[in-house]
Design a protein around this ligand. Structure first.
Ligand SMILES: Cc1cc2nc3c(=O)[nH]c(=O)nc-3n(C[C@H](O)[C@H](O)[C@H](O)COP(=O)(O)OP(=O)(O)OC[C@H]3O[C@@H](n4cnc5c(N)ncnc54)[C@H](O)[C@@H]3O)c2cc1C
Length: 455
C-alpha cells in the first residue's frame, strides 16, 4: 500500500493538506519553491504567507464565512487553530498578525517528523503517485504549462473575470420585469429597464468611477469577449447599449416598448436566491461599484454578495476535471486544492486543502473516499465547483446562496441563516465522525512541537 502523498505548494491549502495527511499517519513530501523562486506577490520564504489583507473574514456566528471556519475547526484544522492564536482585534472579523501566523504554521509543519520539506520548484507531475496540487493562483509558469498539458489547455484559466452578484430579496421587483430576448425560451432573466436620463446618469458615474490599480506584474490584457464594462463605456457613450446593456427584443410589459437600455440579471442554477449582473465584469473599486450599480433601476437597495473583479488567477475548469473528492476524473491519484481548484479566498483555500488532505490520506490508506454532504459549507463549495456550468465557470467564495435552499421557507434572513448553519453543522458532525476515529479531530500528530514553540 502507498503510504505517502506528495504535495506541491506550501501555501494555505498545501500546509493544511500536509497536516491532515500527517495526523492520519501518512508520510508527506511537501514541495515549496520559495525562497529560491518566488511569486510576484509573496515576500518571504515562510509557508502560508497571506499575500494581501490579513483578514479571514467574518467571525460572527451564523454567517457563511463563520460556518466554513467552524466546520474547519471541527475537522481539526491546523491553520484555524494558529489563526485563533495569532488573532488581532478586528471587530466581527477574524484577522491575524500575518508574520506570526506564517511563522507558527511553518514551525508546526517543519517539526512534524512525517512531513519531508523539499525546497524546490516542481515542473513535472508524476500521475502514478498520489499528489495534491496546491500551487495557488500564481503557480510557476513551468508547472502551469505541465498542468495544461495533462488537463487540456482549454481547462486552465489565467484571469478571473467576475460579474457582481446581488441578493434576490434586495431587488425592487416593482421596477424590473421577467423576459427572454425575442421571447425565445423561458423568461429566466430579470430585466432592469433604463430610460435615456437614467442611462446617461449611470454612464457618467461609470466612466468617472475609480478603478482598482493594476499591479505591474498583472498585465491584464483583456480579452475582447470579457472586457470590463467601464472599458466598453470608454469606447463611446452608446457602446454599452450595443453590448451588455442591449435592449433589443426585451419589450417592457409596463410600457409595451423597448427600453433605452437594459441590465439583465440571471439566476445562477447553483446559487439559490441570488442574481448575477450579466456581462458586468469590471475592475472598479468595491465602494465605487456599490455607488454606480445602485443607480440601475431596481438595484437602488441591492445587497451585493460579490462585487465584480478582474485579476490574475490561475485556476482549472473544475466542473470538467474534478470529482467531489477533488480528484481528477482522468487521473484519480491527482488532487487539486486551494485557489487553483476554483475557489476564491484564504479560508476557502484552506478548506479545500483540508478536504484534499483527508481524501488523499484515505486513498493512501485504501479507505473509502466520501465527499462532504451537500448541506454543509464544505459540501456546498465542492458541489459548486464540480457542478457549475463549465462554459462560464467562475471561482466562488462561500456565501449562503451556495448552500441548498431550505425545504421550509423562512422569510427572516437571520433566522434562515441560523437554520442553515445548524443543519449544516449537524450533517458535518455526522460526516467527519464517520471518516475519522473518535478524538482525531483534537489530536496533534505524534512528535509535533506545541504551536508556541515549546517541545
Ligand atoms: C495578489 C493576490 C492578493 C490576494 N488577496 C487576497 C485577500 O486579501 N483575501 C483573500 O481571501 N484572498 C486573497 N487572494 C486569493 C487567495 O486567497 C490567496 O492567493 C491564497 O493564498 C490562496 O491559497 P493557495 O494555498 O491556493 O495558494 P498560495 O497560498 O499562493 O500557495 C501556493 C504555494 O505554491 C508555491 N508554488 C507555486 N508554484 C510552485 C511550483 N511549481 N513548485 C513548488 N511550489 C510552487 C508558491 O510559492 C506558494 O507558496 C489573493 C490572491 C492574490 C494573487
Amino acid at each position: 500500500m502507498e503510504r505517502n502523498v506528495s504535495i506541491i505548494g506550501a501555501g494555505l491549502a498545501g500546509t493544511e493538506a500536509a497536516w491532515q495527511c500527517a495526523r492520519r499517519g501518512i508520510g508527506v513530501d511537501l514541495f515549496e519553491m520559495r525562497p529560491q523562486r518566488s511569486t510576484p506577490a509573496h515576500q518571504t520564504g515562510d509557508f502560508a504567507e497571506l499575500v494581501c489583507s490579513n483578514s479571514l473574514k467574518s467571525d460572527s456566528e451564523n454567517t457563511a464565512p463563520w460556518l466554513l471556519k467552524e466546520e474547519m475547526r471541527r475537522a481539526g484544522s491546523l491553520l484555524m487553530g494558529v489563526a485563533r492564536e495569532c488573532a488581532v482585534p478586528a471587530g466581527h472579523a477574524l484577522a491575524v498578525d500575518r508574520t506570526s501566523f506564517a511563522t507558527k504554521v511553518t514551525a508546526a509543519i517543519s517539526a512534524d517528523p512525517r512531513i519531508r520539506i523539499r525546497r524546490q520548484e516542481v515542473t513535472e507531475v508524476d500521475r502514478s503517485q498520489i499528489t495534491i496540487l496546491a500551487p495557488g493562483p500564481l503557480a510557476s509558469d513551468a508547472l502551469a504549462e505541465e498542468i495544461a498539458r495533462f488537463s487540456g489547455s482549454s481547462h486552465l484559466h489565467f484571469y478571473d473575470s467576475i460579474s457582481p452578484i446581488v441578493e434576490a430579496d434586495s431587488i425592487d421587483l416593482a421596477k424590473v420585469y421577467w423576459a427572454a430576448r425575442y421571447e425565445k425560451g423561458s423568461a429566466d432573466y430579470l430585466n432592469c429597464p433604463l430610460a435615456k436620463e437614467e442611462y446617461d446618469r449611470f454612464y457618467d458615474a461609470l466612466v468617472a468611477a475609480q478603478s482598482v490599480e493594476e499591479r505591474d506584474w498583472e498585465n491584464l490584457n483583456y480579452f475582447e469577449g470579457c472586457l470590463p464594462i467601464e472599458e466598453i463605456a470608454r469606447r463611446g457613450r452608446d457602446t454599452l447599449r450595443f453590448g451588455p446593456m442591449k435592449p433589443v427584443g426585451l419589450k417592457d410589459p409596463c410600457t409595451g416598448r423597448m427600453p433605452y437600455a437594459v441590465v439583465q440579471l440571471r439566476r445562477e442554477n447553483l446559487r439559490a436566491d441570488s442574481y448575477n449582473l450579466v456581462g458586468f465584469q469590471n475592475h472598479l473599486q468595491f465602494a465605487e461599484q456599490g455607488k454606480v450599480l445602485r443607480l440601475i433601476p431596481g438595484l437602488e437597495h441591492a445587497r451585493f454578495l460579490r462585487y465584480g473583479q478582474i485579476h490574475r488567477n490561475t485556476y482549472i475548469n473544475a466542473p470538467s476535471l474534478l470529482t467531489e473528492t477533488l480528484q481528477m476524473k482522468q487521473h484519480p491519484k491527482i488532487f487539486f486544492a486551494g485557489q487553483i481548484c476554483g475557489v476564491e479566498g484564504y479560508v476557502e483555500s484552506i478548506a479545500t486543502g483540508l478536504m484534499a488532505g483527508l481524501h488523499a490520506a484515505a486513498l493512501a490508506s485504501n479507505a473509502r473516499l466520501v465527499a462532504p454532504p451537500r448541506a454543509t459549507a464544505f459540501g456546498s463549495l465542492v458541489y459548486y465547483i464540480t457542478h457549475a456550468n463549465p462554459l462560464n465557470f467562475q471561482p466562488a467564495n462561500i456565501t449562503f446562496d451556495l448552500l441548498p435552499a431550505l425545504d421550509q421557507k423562512i422569510r427572516d434572513r437571520e433566522q434562515r441563516h441560523r437554520r442553515q448553519c445548524s443543519l449544516a453543522l449537524e450533517e458535518f458532525d455526522r460526516w467527519i465522525g464517520s471518516l475519522d476515529p473518535p478524538g482525531l479531530a483534537s489530536m496533534p500528530p505524534p512528535g509535533c512541537l506545541c504551536l508556541d514553540g515549546e517541545a
